[in-house]
Ligand binder design. Structure first.
Ligand code: ADP
Ligand code: MG
Length: 647
C-alpha cells in the first residue's frame, strides 16, 4: 500500500516534469539539456523556505535561508525560482545561437551547478544534501493518520499534475502555441514573419522552468531530503527519454512516457533486486543506463514520433456552430469565393468604393469590417488583397532604398556595395547568374542577415539595425528560395501562423482562453480559406504542409506571406518548380497586388517571367548591381547580355 502511494507521487512528479519538458522541447523546439537543474532549484528553494533556520536541530546541517514558511508558500517559491532561473539562460537560446549550442551550454551548466552545490557546503549542505524538510500541512487539522496523509498527498500531487496538464494544453492549443510550433519547425522563417524568437523562447524556458521547479517542490516535500545525487545531469536524459518514447509535442504522450520510463524503471529495478539479492549492487543502475540508451536508439529508429505522436490540428469548415458565429465572420462567408466570380467582383467593387484609392485607411485592418473587405473579396484575376495594418506613413516614392550595402561571408563578398531603390507599387525584378548575391541581398533587406556595412531605408526610415521580426511587423516580408513551410503544421495552420496582431498569439492571450481570441481566429480562418480557394488548395487545408508537392509548398509560402498583411514583399524565386500555367497565374496575381498598392521585389530565373511581369528589372553580378531598366532596355546592353542573358 505504502509503496503504491510512493509510486503515485513519483508518477505525479515525473508527469509534471515531463509536461514541462514536452512544452519546451516538443512544442517550442527548445532543447534544454539542463532541465533537471530547474527541478533541483525548485526542490532546494521549497526546502529552505519550509525548513527552520539551520541552527535548529543542533546545527547538523547548514543551508541558506531557513524561513519556516507555511504551505503553500514554499511551493509557490519553488515555481518562481524555477521560472527565474530560466531568465539568465535566455541569452543562450536567443535568436542567433544555434539550438545545439544552447543545448550543450545548458548541459555544461547543469554539470557545473551540481559540482558547485556538492562542494560548497554553506549553500545547501553540500554532498549530504538537506534533510528533515517539513511536509506540507503536517500539523493540519484535517490530517489524522499518517496513512491518510500519504494518500492525500498522492491525490493532491496528481491533482496538481492535472492542473499543469490543463495549463500546457491551454498554451499549446492556442494561436500562441501554434506560433511556438512554427518556431520549432523553422525559426528563421518564423522570425521573418514577425515572431519575436527571444520572447517566445524565454516564455518556453520560464514556463517549463516553473513547472520543473514545482515538481521539485512536490518531490522534496514528500521524501524530505534533497541532495546533489538526486539531480545529476543524467536525470535530464531520463526525462528526455520519457518524452521521446511517449511522444513529443503530445501531452498525453509526455505523461505516458513519465509513467513508462522513470516510474517504470524504478519499479523494475526494485523488483529485480528484491528477487535476486545476490546481484552486485551497481549492476542494475548500470544496466538501467544501457536500457535507456537502447530505448532511445530503438525509438528514434523505428518510431521517432513516439508512442502517442503529435496530434494533427484539423480545423473544420465551420469551426463554430452557425448560431455562435460572429456577424463579421458570417459576412465574410457570404461574400467568399464560393459565391462565384460575379459576387467576387461585386465585393471587390464595394471594397474599392468603401475605401477610395484602395488605401482603406489605417484603421480598416482593426475594424470588424476586416473579413468582409479585402480579406474575403478576391479581386478579379488577383489575390485577395491583404488588409491594411500599418498606418500608412507619409508616402515616399521609393518604399525601399539601400546605400552601399555589403555582406561578407569569411572573405567572400556575397553582396558588395549595392545601392538601389524600389519604387512604390512596382513589381521589380532581380536577376543575375547563380551566386550573384540575389538571395543574400534579400536576406539583408529582410533582416535575416545583418549587413556588414551600408544602410537600408524602408518607408523613409532607416531599418539597418532592426531585427527581421520588427521589419516584418512594419510590413516588409520575405519568402525563401528553399522550401520553408512549417512542416508539422497543416496548410491552414501555416497561413494562420502569419496573422499579425492576433489576440491569441501571446502568452497572456493564450492563458485568457478561447473566448478571448475566438473572433480573431474566426476572421483569420475566413481569410485563409479565401486564399486557399483562390489557389485551389482548399482540399489540402488540413494536410501537413510538409506532405505537399514542391509547387504547392511554394504557394503555401506565398499565401502565408500575404496573410502577414505586407506592404512590400521580397520573393526569392517564388515560381521555381511551379507548373508553368500556375506560375503565370501567380505572376498575374502579383501584378494585381501591385496595382492595388503593394510593392514586390522578386528574384526570378525565368527570363520569360521577367519579360512578362516585371518592370523595372535590376541585374546583379558578383555581388554588385550591373544595370537596371526594362527588359527591352537590358537586352540592348552589351555588358548585361554578356554577364547574364547569354552565359
Ligand atoms: P544567388 O541567390 O544570386 O544565387 P547567393 O546570395 O545565394 O546568390 O550567394 C552569393 C554568394 O555568397 C555565393 O558565392 C555563395 O556561395 C555565398 N554565400 C551565400 N550565403 C552564404 C553563407 N551563409 N555562408 C557563406 N557563403 C555564402
Ligand atoms: Mg538565390
Amino acid at each position: 500500500m505504502f509503496y503504491l502511494i510512493i509510486l503515485l507521487v513519483y508518477a505525479a512528479v515525473d508527469a509534471m516534469a515531463c509536461l514541462g519538458l514536452s512544452q519546451q522541447f516538443g512544442v517550442a523546439g527548445v532543447t534544454n539539456f539542463g532541465f533537471i537543474i530547474f527541478q533541483a532549484a525548485g526542490a532546494y528553494v521549497a526546502a529552505v523556505l519550509a525548513l527552520p533556520p539551520d541552527t535548529a536541530n543542533g546545527g547538523f546541517q547548514t543551508y541558506v535561508g531557513g524561513f519556516g514558511l507555511p504551505f503553500p508558500l514554499p511551493w509557490i517559491g519553488a515555481a518562481a525560482a524555477g521560472g527565474l532561473l530560466a531568465l539568465p539562460f535566455t541569452f543562450l537560446v536567443g535568436r542567433r545561437l544555434r539550438g545545439d549550442f544552447a543545448a550543450v551550454g545548458l548541459l555544461v551548466t547543469a554539470v557545473l551547478l551540481n559540482v558547485l552545490v556538492t562542494d560548497y557546503r554553506p549553500l545547501f549542505n553540500g554532498d549530504a544534501g538537506v534533510a528533515l524538510v517539513p511536509a506540507p500541512l503536517r500539523q493540519g487539522m484535517f490530517v489524522t493518520t499518517s496513512n491518510a496523509y500519504q494518500v492525500g498527498y498522492a491525490v493532491g500531487g496528481l491533482a496538481l499534475a492535472a492542473v499543469i496538464w490543463w495549463l500546457v494544453h491551454r498554451i499549446t492549443e492556442s494561436p500562441y502555441g501554434r506560433t511556438l510550433r512554427a518556431m520549432r519547425d523553422n525559426d528563421k522563417v518564423a522570425d521573418s514573419l514577425g515572431k519575436n524568437l527571444v520572447a517566445l523562447r524565454t516564455g518556453a524556458l520560464v514556463t517549463g522552468g516553473a513547472i520543473a521547479g514545482l515538481s521539485g517542490a512536490v518531490l522534496v516535500s514528500f521524501i524530505g531530503v534533497w541532495s546533489p545525487a538526486a539531480w545529476s545531469y543524467a536525470e535530464t536524459i531520463v526525462l528526455f527519454t520519457a518524452v521521446i518514447i511517449g511522444g513529443m509535442g503530445n501531452h498525453a504522450g509526455a505523461v505516458l512516457g513519465a509513467v513508462l520510463v522513470p516510474v517504470g524503471f524504478e519499479e523494475i529495478t526494485r523488483f529485480i533486486s528484491n528477487s535476486n539479492p545476490s546481484l552486485p549492487p551497481n549492476l542494475l543502475p548500470s544496466l538501467q543506463w544501457v536500457a535507456i540508451g537502447v530505448l532511445i536508439a530503438v525509438f528514434l529508429w523505428v518510431r521517432p514520433q513516439g508512442i502517442l505522436p503529435e496530434r494533427k490540428r484539423v480545423i473544420p469548415r465551420r469551426p463554430w456552430p452557425p448560431w455562435r458565429a460572429l456577424p463579421a465572420a458570417a459576412a465574410g462567408r457570404g461574400a467568399g469565393p464560393a459565391a462565384g466570380p460575379a459576387a467576387a467582383l461585386a465585393v471587390a467593387g464595394t471594397a474599392a468604393a468603401a475605401a477610395p484609392g484602395g488605401s482603406g485607411g489605417p484603421a480598416a485592418g482593426r475594424e470588424p469590417g476586416r473579413p468582409a473587405g479585402p480579406a474575403a473579396g478576391p479581386a478579379a484575376g488577383g489575390f485577395p488583397r491583404p488588409a491594411r495594418r500599418h498606418p500608412r506613413p507619409e508616402p515616399v516614392r521609393d518604399i525601399l532604398r539601400t546605400e552601399g550595402v555589403s555582406k561578407e561571408f569569411g572573405g567572400v563578398h556575397a553582396v558588395a556595395g549595392v545601392s538601389l531603390s524600389v519604387r512604390r507599387g512596382t513589381l521589380t525584378g532581380l536577376i543575375g547568374p547563380n551566386g550573384a548575391g540575389k538571395s543574400t541581398l534579400l536576406s539583408l533587406l529582410a533582416g535575416t542577415e545583418r549587413a556588414s556595412s551600408g544602410r537600408i531605408f524602408y518607408q523613409g526610415a532607416e531599418i539597418t539595425h532592426l531585427p527581421a521580426y520588427r521589419r516584418a511587423r512594419l510590413g516588409l516580408v520575405r519568402t525563401f528560395q528553399l522550401a520553408s513551410e512549417f512542416k508539422r503544421l497543416t496548410v491552414l495552420e501555416n497561413l494562420l501562423s502569419a496573422v499579425p496582431g492576433h489576440r491569441g498569439d501571446s502568452f497572456l492571450g493564450a492563458l485568457a482562453g478561447r473566448w478571448y481570441w475566438r473572433a480573431d481566429e474566426a476572421a483569420a480562418i475566413e481569410r485563409a480559406r479565401g486564399l486557399l480557394a483562390r489557389f485551389g488548395l482548399e482540399r489540402h487545408a488540413n494536410d501537413y504542409a510538409g506532405e505537399l508537392s514542391g509547387g504547392q509548398r511554394r504557394l503555401v509560402e506565398i499565401m502565408r506571406a500575404l496573410m502577414s498583411e505586407p506592404d512590400m514583399l521580397l520573393l526569392d524565386e517564388p515560381m521555381a518548380g511551379v507548373h508553368p500555367e500556375l506560375a503565370r497565374r501567380i505572376g498575374e496575381g502579383l501584378r494585381e497586388l501591385c496595382r492595388e498598392g503593394m510593392t514586390i521585389l522578386m528574384v526570378e530565373h525565368e527570363l520569360a517571367i521577367m519579360d512578362e511581369f516585371c518592370d523595372p528589372v535590376i541585374v546583379m553580378a558578383e555581388g554588385a548591381v550591373l544595370a537596371e531598366g526594362t527588359m527591352a532596355q537590358l537586352r540592348g546592353r552589351a555588358e548585361v547580355v554578356e554577364a547574364y542573358l547569354v552565359g
